[in-house]
Design a protein around this ligand. Structure first.
Ligand SMILES: Cc1cc2nc3c(=O)[nH]c(=O)nc-3n(C[C@H](O)[C@H](O)[C@H](O)COP(=O)(O)OP(=O)(O)OC[C@H]3O[C@@H](n4cnc5c(N)ncnc54)[C@H](O)[C@@H]3O)c2cc1C
Length: 392
């Protein structure tokens, strides 16, 4: 594509210091781009409790910086078994996870705070600007001026909106309003906990249609749990104590160790959230502004792809900015590659989310675990080298 490998931008403002924004900052800085992260929170708080990373996301991260993946593997848990159970405790199915053998990277679970800490530690601290809530931007042919609440403006060559599902950057750029409620409420918690029924390197899904609860080893003696339930309205339960008592009422009849785990979780750290997504977009980039991660393609969390696809976005954006002939071409390559792929992943996540709460959800989940379909191959065989060669 270009003889030289001088990036097409010098200075980039990444709005949002979530896992997508941090990974992208690492990727851009590796290419010699002066990327800064602007995060509205006063500190990088642990969000979401725990999560799983899939082979495609780990391959993208490895292409950004192999030492990060090594650290994640040390800190998290490489999942070896997925177990499906009825809420009575009866085991429906136990499946060995063979992602490492098939795709060259495992299914890795980790505490959110640990993932965020490892990503942040790979960046110079002075480029992460906390307490910076972006409120607007103005762009012209040569630059973008970014405005923050009560802070000085900054002028950059490119703005990356990595500010999550309620992205202010997306609103200014596209203006498609509020996200869509998918008819399910979720609760998440994390605690150090051991129990004879909890195995290391295992994730268990308990089905109590129209409810599910997931228990996942995330390493270092921590268990992450995530409960989801069909709810007509997305109303919140009120105080932390009210949230916990609603959970105990809804999930207290599940087999051990679910009630014990909920009871042992500090009410203050339980996160209650509606499950939301948005319609896919046909374009993410306009002029000198683009989108990434949940700001670009928020999806139902049903196949655990939110973080992994954000890592793919960050890696690819850095490659195109480093190797395309100009910014317009770089963003055209980015939109061209990312939109189609993430639309397919969004659609599959949406379908999996709906099917997992229908009357025959047990059969559906069993079939999903048994069959290794084309979609999984396509998703997990993500090849960062092939992306890099597109820009040669
Ligand atoms: C119940 C549930 C379970 C999930 N489980 C998984 C899982 O197992 N695996 C997985 O891969 N994904 C999972 N996800 C999805 C995952 O949480 C997201 O896809 C991922 O966090 C997206 O990262 P992001 O950086 O794009 O956005 P976010 O993580 O939302 O980060 C956005 C950041 O931007 C900041 N911000 C927002 N507005 C502004 C502003 N105006 N100015 C400055 N900063 C701003 C926010 O404070 C935040 O730090 C789950 C989601 C849910 C709801």
């Amino acid at each position: 594509m270009r003889e030289t490998s001088k990036p097409v931008v010098k200075k980039v403002a990444i709005i949002g210091g979530g896992i997508g924004g941090l990974a992208t900052a690492i990727a851009l800085r590796k290419q010699g781009i002066d990327a800064h992260v602007y995060e509205k929170a006063r500190d990088l708080r642990p969000v979401g409790a725990g999560l799983s990373l899939n082979p495609n996301g780990l391959k993208a991260l490895e292409a950004i910086d192999p030492s990060i993946v090594e650290q994640l593997k040390q800190a998290g848990s490489i999942l070896k078994v997925i177990q499906l159970q009825k809420n009575s405790g009866d085991i429906i199915q136990k499946t060995k996870i063979t992602m490492m053998e098939k795709y060259g990277q495992p299914l890795l679970s980790i505490r959110w705070s640990k993932l965020q800490e490892i990503l942040a530690a790979a960046l110079p601290p002075e480029i992460i600007h906390l307490n910076h809530r972006c409120v607007s931007f103005t762009q012209n042919y040569n630059s973008v001026t970014v405005e923050f609440e009560g802070k000085k403006t900054v002028e950059v060559d490119l703005v990356v909106g990595a500010d999550g599902i309620k992205s202010a950057i997306r609103q200014k750029l596209i203006g498609d309003g509020e996200p869509r409620y998918l008819g399910r409420m979720s609760w998440r918690g994390l605690l150090k906990y051991s129990h004879e029924l909890l195995n290391p390197n295992q994730v268990t899904t308990m089905i109590a249609t129209p409810k599910t609860i997931l228990l996942m080893d995330v390493g270092d003696g921590y268990i992450f749990w995530g409960a989801t339930m069909l709810c007509v309205d997305d109303y919140g339960s009120g105080s932390a104590a009210d949230v916990k008592s609603r959970l105990l009422k809804e999930f207290g009849e599940c087999a051990s160790p679910v009630p014990e785990i909920i009871e042992a979780t500090d009410a203050e750290i339980i996160v209650e959230r509606p499950i939301l997504d948005r319609e896919p977009l046909s374009s993410w980039s306009k002029g000198r502004v683009t989108l990434l991660g949940d700001a670009a393609h928020p999806m139902s969390p049903s196949i655990g792809q939110g973080a992994s696809t954000a890592f793919e976005d960050g890696y690819e954006l850095s490659e195109y900015l480093a190797k395309a002939p100009n910014l317009e071409a770089a963003l055209a390559l980015y939109d061209g590659s990312r939109i189609e792929r993430t639309q397919m992943i969004q659609a599959r996540s949406g379908l999996a989310g709906r099917r997992a709460y229908e009357h025959d959800s047990e059969k559906y989940l069993q079939e999903t675990l048994r069959s290794n379909d084309e979609f999984e191959d396509w998703l997990y065989k993500y090849d960062p080298l092939a992306i890099a060669s597109r820009t040669q």
